[in-house]
Design a protein around this ligand. Sequence first.
Ligand code: PLP
Length: 459
Amino acid sequence: MSAPLDRQISLLNDALQYAEEYLRTVDDRPVFPTTEALHALGSFDEPLPDRSTEASETLAILHRVGSPGTVAQVGGRYFGFVNGGALPVGVAARVLADVWDQNTAHYVMSPVAARLEAVCERWLSELLGFPEGTAAGFVTGTTLANLSGLAAGRNELLRRQGWDVVEAGLYGAPPVPVIVGADAHAAVRKSLALLGMGDAHTHVVPVDDQGRIRVDQLPELGVPALVVAQAGNVNSGAFDPVGALCDRVHPDGGWVHVDGAFGLWAAAVPALGHLADGIDRADSWAVDAHKTLNVPYDCGIVMCRDRGALEAAFRASAAYFQWSKHRDPMRYTPSMSKRARSVELWAVLKTLGRDGVIELVERLCAHARSFAAQLRSHDFQIHNHVVFNQVLVSCEDDTETERTLAEIQALGSCWCGGSTWRGRPVIRVSVCSWSTTDEDIRLAVKSFCDARDAARTGV
Ligand SMILES: *Cc1c(COP(=O)(O)O)cnc(C)c1O
């Protein structure tokens, strides 16, 4: 074996050993790094080194200083934002894929990545009940997936009016009405802004008490509109009535895009069919594999009923491009070079199978319901219908809620973020990890009670 190869394998072994130490201890430490660990991160802040460092030493520093500075998201008691845990097979597949170091822009750069993308594209359609032939693009996350689906939709609506955006840009283009719900995710607003469709031209439809678009409040259309629905409100977890929206929007030739970052997987679960009713009739969808599906970051997917519309949005040419008769991944995404994220996605889907996905999603939802029920029994208020994995919690009054959240974060037994719901501060719980157990929920509820006690006595 050559010396460089020896060194690479030795480094990988070091990394595995550090990974083992990390995983064995991560549940025994506070979820958020300690003050000492945060302070130690300052040692990274040195001048750019002139001299080289031994690679094994670099890795040792990363573990010694970096590992304690991580948020323990892989443990069972991280309930912040909507962040998934990573399933072991996804992490392991990723290590292998990283050793492969594939660039997946063209088929000729990585036949295996291109093939796995094609397989995942088909499997996702089957899993979610989407039309056969639905196209998928593999991107960094739902922000980019929203951008991609909305670009495809906008350009296609204009193409039908004889306008080629790629060729002519938006200067002088016919206006495309854009319609979103009042609770549309910031990523949707950001994508629209990047696409040159700013807030002033976006019609915002009122939502109900759970954050669902009120279809009865949609404006009279009469023209093709770009309408954004949400499968999984980022606070309440509520689902827009996508089928009813399609009934209103499609007769006028409009396009319905679904931001289903964490909720779209409900479409795979028979018991959650009422949430996903009509989702299969939308035109494009954005979803994260790194949230509910627990594929490692970063793994987002745009799906589009009209393959040609998605391809047209990302049209590009250069003399050196090497198009093939196979799937060239960059046809479906804004990026060209990208890592082979289809490897981990495939590994997770292959391992779980349809039954495993259903079981995972149902377990997250059951944990969320149990979390809410236990908190209620301790006199916390729950502000949403717990239809999926999200729980919005408050205490007696706003000040107590804010203090309790600060105490929860300081105690470190679990981690939750805060939000505002209908004008009032709430503690936001998102159950997103396969590794969360009943015992984790029990410990987290205990931490909520301890934190509230501390907040009360601290007055
Ligand atoms: C997380 C989320 C996004 C953004 O997805 P990223 O993967 O962070 O880019 C968009 N919409 C909803 C509803 C989300 O929950």
